[in-house]
Design a protein around this ligand. Structure first.
Ligand code: SAH
Length: 251
């Protein structure tokens, strides 16, 4: 059987504060096995390249050469259009939850122009609530027993990658819209949060939590560059009215 090569260069794996170099290496191997494009590390504890390369096998050499270390998660995500978090835990403030297979189909339908980040948490405690707030969707890999829901990091990466690889039969339909990059989306959320605090719509206590209702709404619809501009225009108009006491009328 002739095997064709499938490239998922537009999909990156982001590891948040990985503790063990062995896990970075086995993850690099999984990333290459499944044809994903890039590996990004956020604040790795011990990125010992000798250990990483030793466990990753030669096929991952190129990927490891191109591997980047980001200072924090927002910086790592700034250039992506769609960000997927992963967690073993189900909690109300997390989600919306998808299975790897449903998410893989969704990502493939978005087309290769959409840069996607799959974000994985640190070995012991996983992603924090603040990390998950930077994600537009969350994938939870089902397990047989809810008491044994936590997978090994590289195995979790492998499962998401495998479903992407095997879902790779796009329908041929063009993507419904071109999403804005996360740097722009986060800047809009910061602007919106400031505006909603200024007008007393969000409480001073824990505004990040309350802003999640808006994030959930926009995560369902998706946001384009124009949508971000529209919302920031609304914020600017609200600031104008607060300052001047009357609407600014365009001539
Ligand atoms: N106790 C942590 C587990 C950390 S395992 C938690 O509750 O998330 C390290 C990482 O592997 C997790 O942060 C997640 O990115 C991934 N992972 C492990 N099990 C997973 C599962 N069942 N579904 C999705 N991701 C999982």
């Amino acid at each position: 059987m002739k095997q064709r090569t499938i490239r998922l260069d537009h999909v990156a794996v982001v590891l948040c504060q990985p503790k063990l170099a062995e896990n970075i290496g086995t993850t690099a191997r999984a990333v290459v096995n499944m044809g994903l494009g890039r590996l990004i590390l956020v604040e790795p504890e011990n990125p010992d390249e000798r250990v990483i390369r030793a466990v990753a096998t030669r096929a991952a050499d190129g990927l490891i050469d191109r591997m980047v270390i980001a200072p924090d998660l927002p910086a790592a995500l700034a250039d992506f259009h769609f960000v997927v978090g992963t967690t073993a835990r189900l909690g109300d403030h997390r989600g919306p939850f998808f299975t790897p297979r449903t998410m893989a189909k969704k990502i493939v339908e978005m087309g290769s122009e959409t840069r996607v980040a799959l974000v994985f948490g640190t070995e012991r405690s996983g992603l924090t609530t603040a990390d998950l707030r930077l994600c537009q969707a969350v994938v939870r890999i089902p397990t047989a027993d809810p008491k044994a829901s936590s997978l090994n990091l590289a195995q979790a990466v492998l499962i998401l990658g495998y479903d992407l690889l095997t879902a790779h039969e796009p329908s041929g339909e063009p993507p419904a819209f071109k999403p804005a990059v996360q740097g722009e989306v986060q800047a809009m959320y910061d602007h919106l949060q400031k505006t909603l605090l200024d007008i007393g719509f969000l409480p001073d206590q824990n505004p990040d939590h309350w802003l999640m209702s808006f994030k959930r709404l926009f995560n369902r619809t998706g946001l384009t560059h124009g949508d971000c501009n529209l919302l920031r225009g609304l914020c600017r108009q609200i600031a104008w009215v607060r300052k001047n006491g009357k609407p600014q009328i365009e001539p």
